[in-house]
Design a binder for this molecule. Structure first.
Ligand SMILES: Cc1cc2nc3c(=O)[nH]c(=O)nc-3n(C[C@H](O)[C@H](O)[C@H](O)COP(=O)(O)OP(=O)(O)OC[C@H]3O[C@@H](n4cnc5c(N)ncnc54)[C@H](O)[C@@H]3O)c2cc1C
Length: 320
């Protein structure tokens, strides 16, 4: 058995290069631990397969920002009356009432296109999205494509262009993606935060007896017990036993069956994609003294990286 400490990585390079399809593939492959299959062009077939299987939560792992210029308020009002969920909408400039920032993940745009294909704003947005990201949206286009819409101009906003926006708008629209390695008890609590998207290593598919996992089960060091203490010794013996039983079960059964003996201390990997606003909320709750110490330990690692990347939103004293 292997014992590791929790760790995390803020993944921002895909955002910076507008590589949303590659980002989706990177996140999706965490479920199956098949990152080794990532190659030039592999995002194409990965996304096609995800869409054909209807596993669309994978398409929540990136954010698209659009600037809308509207000659009238009506298309926006119709849109808001029908589709408020999972979209963030703000006026960027109070002086310019016709200029709107609309953000959502690809899944939300796909759902909107399926549910309300006749809305003017949906048609205008889908035309631009299909042009920029055909792999993500072309299967939803009408036979002759999404028609041009008078009075609505849509522009894809690169993440760099958001730097100049007000802090209020920025924190509501800008998302941050984390890869977190921690134990299963911590991720079980983390996924209770509902205004976020997650993809997690699957114990149903991962067979820890395989070479790529070192033919062993990995556990996360418990922060409660000091190494060498009697309690640590008990924990270690329990993990050794659980690993032996798991590997024994794998000889005759599937990973999804054998995983029933795996404990909370088991290492897991999770991708978490949320707005800065939601990360502020998560950090506030999960670094407080009331939170599980293992959760606090992991979230303080996350906070450290947020403080470096977004100091204006996570000042040095932002732990609860
Ligand atoms: C110290 C601590 C102890 C806990 N103990 C327990 C426990 O014993 N048992 C247990 O089951 N859970 C427990 N939890 C989890 C807790 O109940 C929440 O599920 C979790 O913290 C998610 O936070 P949240 O609900 O504030 O917001 P999130 O899910 O992160 O959502 C962010 C915000 O969106 C809004 N929001 C989201 N969804 C809705 C909705 N459906 N309706 C209205 N507003 C919404 C709210 O304003 C919310 O603050 C604990 C959490 C902490 C931090």
């Amino acid at each position: 058995m292997k014992v590791i400490s929790p760790e995390c990585e803020l993944i921002d390079s895909y955002f910076q290069h507008n590589q949303i399809e590659e980002q989706i593939e990177r996140c999706g492959r965490v479920c199956y631990k098949s990152e080794a299959k990532i190659a030039p062009g592999s995002a194409n077939s990965f996304i096609k397969a995800i869409i054909s299987r209807g596993h669309e939560s994978v398409l929540e792992m990136a954010q698209i920002h659009l600037e809308l210029k509207l000659s009238s308020d009506t298309p926006l009002q119709r849109f808001l009356e029908n589709i408020p969920r999972f979209f963030t909408v703000d006026r960027v400039d109070p002086e310019d009432k016709g200029c709107i920032l609309l953000s959502a993940n690809p899944r939300a745009f796909r759902d909107a296109a399926r549910a309300f294909p006749s809305l003017k704003l949906v048609k205008a947005v889908m035309r631009v999205l299909t042009e920029h990201f055909p792999r993500l949206f072309e299967d939803l286009a009408p036979k002759h494509g999404w028609p041009q819409q008078d009075g609505v101009t849509v522009r894809l906003v690169p993440v760099q262009d958001m730097e100049g926006m007000t802090p209020l708008v920025f924190r509501r629209h800008r998302t941050v993606l984390f890869n977190i390695i921690t134990n299963r008890a911590v991720t079980h609590e983390l996924v209770r935060h509902r205004i976020a998207s997650y993809l997690q290593e699957s114990q149903r598919y991962c067979r820890y007896s395989e070479d790529k996992f070192g033919s062993e089960v990995t556990f996360v060091e418990p922060c409660f017990y000091e190494k060498g203490s009697p309690e640590y010794q008990i924990w270690q013996e329990a993990m050794e036993l659980t690993e032996a039983k798991y590997l024994e079960l794998l000889k005759t059964s599937s990973p999804q069956a054998a995983r029933n003996v795996l404990p909370n201390s088991c290492k897991t990997e999770i991708m978490v994609h949320a707005t800065i606003e939601e990360w502020q909320h998560i950090i506030r709750l999960r670094t407080s003294a009331a939170a599980d110490p293992a959760m606090q330990q992991t979230m303080r690692l996350v906070l450290g990286q947020l403080q470096t990347a977004f100091p204006q939103f996570f000042p040095k004293n932002s732990a609860a």
